[in-house]
Design a protein around this ligand. Structure first.
Ligand code: KIV
Ligand code: NA
Length: 264
């Protein structure tokens, strides 16, 4: 049966962890969904992974629409989430128009990076039938404001602000929260504070779901690997086997382990 937003809510209620991976094309989407991954993210990480840029900022809406359509064709029942690229949701009107394109291409939910300024945008999308995932913490579209890719929410004031923002965005209509690179204790507090399912990457083992970039968890990404990444192909004999091992490790909560987690 196809995964919907209700399935993710049920996982949260039952305390059962769910798995998410990125995909950008039909082949990966089919392999990932057939391995039992609950949701597929067409991440704007494709700007780095596929296009070779050093940030996600150059990615266009048309590119996201193209990759979303490719993923939708290969998908076998996972929930499809698509990133809205940099500055395509700077105003409510732009967000509505641009989210509609991603939904027409086959997305079931869109993901936006930001804080409390997104309240009106999220409410407008939600009221018009577009489910929203709000991405907080290390939001890569803000790399130039952060001055680099750094763990967020490390001091108590920043932590409390992130909890407040998560609660406000869920109240505004966000159906899912995604936390990237935040200390595990903060991710656990946010997961308890909101009714919406919370997905983590570099956010410890206590979020409701986990996400990784598929190229990272297959050990394909060149260069230094981030602390939160595990190469699941190292102990598997096929790509399919590696993805199945990831699904199992997320369900068992053996991934992420201590070594993949920021403690503070
Ligand atoms: O673009 C992406 O792949 C993402 C995930 C890393 C959460 O936003
Ligand atoms: Na992204």
């Amino acid at each position: 049966m196809a995964v919907t937003i209700n399935t993710l809510r049920e996982f949260k209620e039952k305390g059962e962890a769910f798995s998410v991976l990125t995909s950008y094309d039909a082949t990966f989407a089919q392999v990932v969904s057939e391995a039992g991954v609950d949701a597929i993210l067409i991440g704007d990480s494709l700007g780095m992974v596929l296009q070779g840029n050093d940030s996600t900022l150059p990615v266009t809406l048309d590119e996201m629409v193209y990759h979303t359509a490719c993923v939708a064709k290969g998908n076998k029942g996972s929930l499809i989430m698509a990133d809205m690229p940099f500055m395509t949701y700077g105003t409510v009107e732009a967000a509505l128009e641009n989210a509609a394109e991603l939904m027409r291409a086959g997305a079931h939910m869109v993901k936006l990076e930001g804080t409390d300024w997104m309240k009106d945008t999220i409410a407008a999308l939600s009221e018009r039938g577009v489910p929203v995932c709000a991405h907080l913490g290390l939001t890569p579209q803000f790399v130039n404001k952060f001055g680099g890719y750094k763990v967020q929410g490390r001091d108590e004031k920043a932590a409390e602000m992130m909890i407040e923002h998560a609660c406000e965005l869920v109240a505004a209509g966000a159906d899912v929260i995604l936390l990237e690179c935040v200390p595990a204790p903060l991710a656990a507090r946010i997961t308890q504070a909101v009714k919406a399912p919370v997905i983590g990457i570099g956010a410890g083992a206590d979020t409701d779901g986990q996400v990784l970039v598929v190229h990272d968890m297959l050990g394909l990404t060149p260069g230094r690997k981030p602390k939160f990444v595990k190469n699941f192909l190292a102990e598997a004999d096929s790509v399919q086997g590696a993805i199945e091992a990831y699904v199992k490790a997320v369900k068992d909560r053996t991934f992420p382990a201590e070594e993949h987690t920021f403690k503070a």
